[in-house]
Design a binder for this molecule. Structure first.
Ligand code: DX5
Ligand code: ZN
Length: 228
């Protein structure tokens, strides 16, 4: 089985005036990667930051941490090259935001980044299916994108299960309301890349929360490989 459990804190809920320090803190606490939420105020009703901030973060924390860019933007084509130049490792765009996913996948690859493809709660997983063979990671949103701290949508889990059954070695990420209370559902369904914002960042003990999330997912992966 090619995939492993990875925990990627979302720094959206952290002290944004200390973003570099917060990213370092998450890596020190055992994060496997960083999930960076880019919002443009059009695709979602919120604004965060763009590639200049990513470039500064990259300089601040060095070349190693993996940046998964969650692009909640209306024109994802526009930011591929700037994000690659800024030091992004993976470019995760929304299927709903483009009319030509195939071309965008190609552009992301040519710019040297990995490809993530995200779907909002209202988008069926069958719409993502045709592209799954061409991407590195599928992101199943478990809240409406736009804000941290929302309630986990359990009814998204059949999408994860379907993807895992169809694409046994694909990286599958969940994002939104994921923490110690919901991680078992995500792990059982087959998710292996876990975004957690407020549950990790706002915890008094982020190291323990990250370790707990990772253990639950690792055990589910192990169990699935024994069942096969
Ligand atoms: C929501 C973002 C998430 C968010 C997750 O639109 O994509 O990454 O920060 O935060 P929590 O885990 O608090 O829901
Ligand atoms: Zn996100």
């Amino acid at each position: 089985m090619a995939y492993t459990a990875k925990i990627g804190p979302s720094i959206l809920s952290s002290d944004l005036s200390q973003l570099g320090r917060e990213c370092e803190r998450m890596m020190e606490c055992g994060a496997d990667y960083l999930h960076l939420d880019v919002m443009d105020g059009h695709f979602v009703p919120n604004i965060t930051f763009g590639h200049p901030m990513v470039e500064c973060l990259r300089h601040c924390i060095g070349p190693d941490p993996f940046f998964d860019m969650h692009m909640m933007v209306s024109r994802p084509e526009q930011w591929v090259k700037p994000m690659a130049a800024a030091g992004a490792n993976q470019y995760t765009f929304h299927l709903e935001a483009t009319t030509n996913p195939g071309n965008l996948i190609k552009e992301i690859r040519e710019s040297g980044m990995k490809v993530g493809l995200a779907i909002k709660p209202g988008t069926t997983v069958e719409e993502l299916g045709p592209w799954a063979g061409q991407i590195d990671m599928a992101l199943v949103m478990t809240v409406e994108p736009g804000f941290g701290g929302q309630k986990f949508m359990d009814d998204m889990m059949p999408k994860v299960s379907w993807l895992r059954s169809q694409f046994p070695s694909l990286d599958i990420e969940v994002d939104g309301g994921v923490g110690p209370d919901s991680i078992h559902r995500c792990a059982e369904a087959g998710a292996n890349m876990i975004v957690s914002g407020s549950a990790v960042v706002c915890s008094d003990d982020p190291r323990s929360v990250i370790a707990l999330l990772k253990n639950v997912v690792s055990e589910a992966i192990q169990k699935r490989s024994l069942d096969r």
